[in-house]
Design a protein around this ligand. Structure first.
Ligand code: SF4
Length: 233
């Protein structure tokens, strides 16, 4: 077997997940139902790993994502926990700035991501020893140095990116091999999928995250869930 054998890569990520489950319990996968998250969900379920799965329902997700969320609950046995933003936060933001104020400035956009994603994430991570993401180095220039393991200083726990070295075609090969359900928006040219208001399809020559907050400069394109220390200063 060589290093790019697909089964070899699959075994590699399975071994990483097993190690996380054994040495960092309780651990949880943060799923936004992207194709990488679906791959990890499939592996966790198929191998009966003791890793929970949670999602952040921002209240602004595309209908296609809600459909996949429902489908995921039906297909997999592993429990899925949903965290929503605080009603008071959403009401205050909309009352002060308007429901779509995130288009006006990076500051407003980060405020919206903070109340709809970052604060619910803190609740989701309470009591956890580690969390897992589907991030990959190939998704965008600002993720090119992504490590398998990081320290999440803001939330005070380990953070793992077990698919860091996977390419897009490798992910899709796994998805097809095991008939894993995916978001139908991928068929319409969406690569990375977040809130409906802040996601568009990408062109063939664009990087995978170009459709997220497309009106902003590339260096601002993180929502606060994955900011590293050097990116927050
Ligand atoms: S992605 Fe857009 S709508 Fe969703 S939380 Fe961030 S700014 Fe708000």
């Amino acid at each position: 077997m060589n290093a790019i054998d697909p089964h070899n890569k699959e075994l590699g990520v399975l071994e990483r997940l097993r190690t996380i489950a054994r040495e960092h319990a309780p651990a949880a996968l943060a799923s936004s139902f992207g194709v990488e998250d679906m791959l990890l969900t499939d592996l966790i379920d198929r191998h009966g790993l003791t890793i929970g799965i949670f999602t952040l329902d921002t209240g602004r997700l595309p209908e296609e994502t809600y459909r996949l969320m429902q489908q995921t609950r039906q297909r997999y046995r592993v429990p899925l926990t949903v965290f929503a933003p605080a009603t008071a936060d959403v009401e205050t933001f909309a009352g002060m700035h308007g429901p779509n104020a995130f288009y006006e400035s990076v500051l407003r956009r980060r405020e919206c991501c903070y109340i709809r994603k970052v604060k619910p994430l803190k609740r989701a991570l309470a009591g956890k020893c580690a969390w897992i993401t589907g991030q990959r180095r190939g998704q965008s220039p600002i993720r090119r140095d992504l490590r398998f393991e990081e320290w999440d200083a803001d939330n005070g726990l380990a953070k793992f990116n077990p698919l860091a070295d996977w390419s897009g075609p490798e992910i899709w090969a796994y998805i097809r091999r095991y008939s894993v359900p995916t978001n139908t928006l991928h068929d319409a040219g969406y690569a990375s999928i977040g809130c409906a208001s802040c996601t568009r399809a990408i062109k063939p020559d664009e990087d995978e995250r170009a459709g997220r907050w497309w009106w902003e400069e590339p260096e601002h394109k993180e929502c606060g869930l994955h900011l590293r220390r050097e990116e927050t200063s």
